[in-house]
Ligand binder design. Structure first.
Ligand SMILES: [Zn+2]
Length: 316
């Protein structure tokens, strides 16, 4: 290939990007993507388009935390997400298109791309400095879940881990804002919009009905005491919260998936106290994957939720 040909082909992104604000066509400029409809202009820095509309999520960042996130995300992708994708798309005629919403460091995007999926990842946080070392940078976009920069009916699966509780809250806290329900519904509608008819949504986060939040508010090295979580607190979501949101958005009745193998309990495995506190949770997760343990899923006995929805026929 001559240099001239490379110059013409290289600026493209593997996904057809649209204006996150008005969904109009965007044109690739020198260092920006420019909307021909609403005239919005979005910067491209280090090859990464910044398509964020609205707020950014600024949470804690340090090398130790990032190393832990990388290890945790690798575990979940290899032991939960990849096997789920294999089941969902067995016998699929074409390469499934997958969106990781809130992909953080982008670990899962690299792993799923290497596994052969046509994957994209978006995040509106402060993890994108780590994207420079990713193998598949062209598949990472700074964007907000409420304003996705993709065309309608692009993906076969859109998934997110613990994104919804952090939407409609004050910074990185568990204090919700007055319009938190509308903000979360807006993401659900956007997830449905970019899904092909019959495509899948997978969401996961701590279960609001479980009396403790075992998954938030711990920095590396700090004692891992669970936070008391009154089930009436709107920070976390329950299975019925997700159901009403996604059904209103135009998805079918959701199913609760097993929680086994979602978490590796990597940090807790480093100490005896950690191992002991993780044991009952591990046992409950393992039970949730068996036919008789199905009743545990989404119940106040299980601290983590994983749900799957499908986009129904019809609609815009
Ligand atoms: Zn626009």
């Amino acid at each position: 290939m001559t240099n001239k040909a490379a110059a013409v082909m290289s600026p493209g992104y593997p996904f057809h990007l649209v204006c996150p604000r008005c969904k109009g066509e965007v044109k690739l400029g020198e260092r920006s993507l420019d909307c021909g409809c609403c005239r919005a202009s979005f910067d491209i820095r280090d090859g990464i388009p910044d398509l964020i509309v609205g707020g950014r999520f600024e949470d804690e960042e340090n090398a130790e935390l990032f190393a832990h996130e990388e290890a945790t995300c690798t575990f979940t992708t290899e032991n939960y997400i990849a096997p789920l994708l294999e089941r969902l798309f067995a016998g699929y005629a074409r390469t499934p298109r997958v969106l990781s919403l809130g992909c953080g460091l982008g670990t899962d995007v690299d792993l799923l791309r290497e596994a052969g999926y046509d994957v994209a990842g978006i995040d509106c946080g402060n993890r994108s400095t780590a994207w420079k070392r990713r193998l598949h940078k062209d598949r990472l976009y700074l964007a907000n879940g409420m304003y996705l920069p993709f065309e309608d009916q692009t993906f076969d699966l859109v998934y997110c881990g613990c994104v919804f509780p952090h939407v409609g809250v004050e910074g990185d806290t568990n204090r919700v804002l007055p319009d938190y329900a509308e903000q979360r519904s807006r993401i659900a509608r956007e997830m449905r919009r970019v899904l092909k008819t019959g495509g899948h949504v997978m969401v996961s986060s701590p279960n609001r009905l479980f009396p403790f939040d075992l998954f938030h508010g711990r920095s590396p090295g700090k004692q891992m005491w669970p936070r008391w979580n009154p089930p009436s607190s709107p920070f976390l979501l329950s299975a019925s919260d997700y159901r009403s949101m996604f059904e209103k958005a135009g998805c079918g009745a959701g199913t609760l998936l097993p929680t086994d193998n979602y978490w590796g309990f990597l940090r807790r495995n480093q100490s005896l106290a950690g191992k002991l506190t993780a044991l009952p949770v591990k046992m409950a997760f393992s039970l949730s994957s068996r036919p008789l343990g199905k009743i545990l899923r989404g119940s106040p006995m299980l601290p983590w939720l994983v749900m799957q929805f499908r986009r129904l026929e019809g609609g815009a």
